[in-house]
Ligand binder design. Structure first.
Ligand SMILES: C[S@@+](CC[C@H](N)C(=O)[O-])C[C@H]1O[C@@H](n2cnc3c(N)ncnc32)[C@H](O)[C@@H]1O
Ligand code: SF4
Length: 365
């Protein structure tokens, strides 16, 4: 490994999935289970080649996917043991159907936080999403993780699913709250134009678009009443100690190193995207990136503003950011009651965070 650097956040992409869910646009690989071990070796090879920018210790490690839990307890355990140990948080994304007692114990033994993809508890909507799990499968997985001693569990919820009614969403929130996760990520369904999913569900997706604000209002109300703090547009924590440290670093515009196919890194003013092809990666894990882009100071500041306004804590309007912001626009948001300015920090109020994109457009020069 090269000289020690100052990048404190490491993302590791594990692309394998049992099958491809219709709505998913992440870099995934189905089948090829025989390549799991070779992929783990390749990740470690890439780490050896590119990890010189990392601080020692790193603050967070995040294994995302794809489906990291698909590696199984032994290989996942080996990977976790050979990655840098994170000082503050190690998160592993899991699919409910992979959570055996052995997997739960492997994660608990390494002090991992688990992010579990529930998405919805309505069987008909799980079918629309082409998910392979059942509501009982999600409950079982949470039970196993807790029983094994996993201290922090986050559940992912998706709303705006074709055919979803208000009652469906209320039912999802009841089921979610009953499981008492430590953290919740609640995402509006994003459907990419031109995909099979979007073509198939076009009219139903258009109907959902009209209800998104109402859905998010309900999510924020219900989770707030259940004691969750809405600390980021799509994120809710049972207390500040349960916030997602890795994701928060990203929203604060910190540098991160990404390993694995399709992974993105932002280090010292340069953004790099790894290629998406498994075979090429296995041959040469630290090979040429598929995209390399210089991030100049203005672009970095613009991103820091857009990401920082997602956070309830807001963003400090100093340095480069001050030059980007139209003070008259800020004044209009404050007068409309959707933003607050305290000292040098700009925060969006509830309504403002619901209308995030409009607010950002209003204040960017
Ligand atoms: C990268 S995925 C992988 C996690 C895991 N394989 C799973 O399916 O739960 C992480 C999360 O992103 C969210 N997600 C994926 N595709 C989405 C989409 N098209 N729109 C909104 N959220 C999405 C889901 O909530 C999912 O749990
Ligand atoms: S399991 Fe997760 S990552 Fe894999 S295809 Fe489904 S949503 Fe995408």
């Amino acid at each position: 490994m090269g000289p020690m650097g100052d990048v404190r956040h490491l993302y590791v992409h594990v692309p394998f999935c049992a099958h491809r869910c219709g709505y998913c646009d992440f870099t995934t690989v189905t089948g090829h289970d025989e390549r799991h071990a070779a992929y783990v070796d390749a990740l470690l090879g890439e780490l050896a080649a590119r990890g010189g920018c990392l601080a020692d210790p790193v603050e967070t490690v995040y294994l995302g996917g794809g489906t990291p839990s698909r590696l199984g307890p032994e290989l996942l355990g080996e990977l976790l043991d050979r990655l840098p140990r994170a000082q503050a948080e190690t998160t592993v994304e899991c699919n409910p159907e992979d959570v055996t007692d052995d997997l739960a114990r492997a994660l608990a033994a390494r002090g991992c936080r688990v992010s579990l993809g529930a998405q919805t508890f309505a069987p008909a909507l799980l079918d629309v999403l082409e998910r392979r799990t059942t509501p009982a499968g999600v409950r079982d997985a949470v039970g196993r993780l807790r029983a094994a001693g996993v201290a922090s569990i986050s559940l992912d919820l998706i709303f705006g699913i074709p055919g979803e009614t208000t009652d469906d969403l209320e039912g999802d929130l009841d089921a979610l709250i009953a499981l008492a996760p430590d953290h919740v990520s609640a995402y509006e369904l994003e459907a990419k134009p031109g995909t099979r999913f979007t073509v198939h569900h076009g009219a139903a997706l258009a109907a959902q678009a009209d209800r998104v604000e109402d859905h998010l209002d309900r999510v924020v109300d219900r989770l707030g009443a259940a004691g969750y703090d809405w600390y980021e547009v799509a994120s809710f924590a049972r207390g500040p100690g349960q916030r997602a440290v890795h994701n928060t670093a990203y929203w604060r515009g910190r540098d991160y190193l990404g390993l694995g196919i399709g992974a993105v890194s932002t280090v010292a003013g340069e953004r790099r995207a790894n290629g998406p092809k498994l075979a090429a990666y296995l041959d040469d894990p630290a090979g040429a990136p598929c995209a390399l882009e210089a991030i100049d100071a203005e672009t970095a500041a613009r991103e820091r503003l857009m990401l920082g306004l997602r956070l309830a804590e807001g963003v400090a309007l100093d340095g480069e950011l001050a030059d980007l912001v139209d003070e008259a626009g800020v004044a209009r948001l404050v007068a409309a009651g959707v933003a607050r300015r305290e000292g040098g920090t700009l925060r969006l109020e509830r309504r403002g965070r619901m209308l995030l994109h409009d607010c950002v457009a209003e204040i960017l020069r």
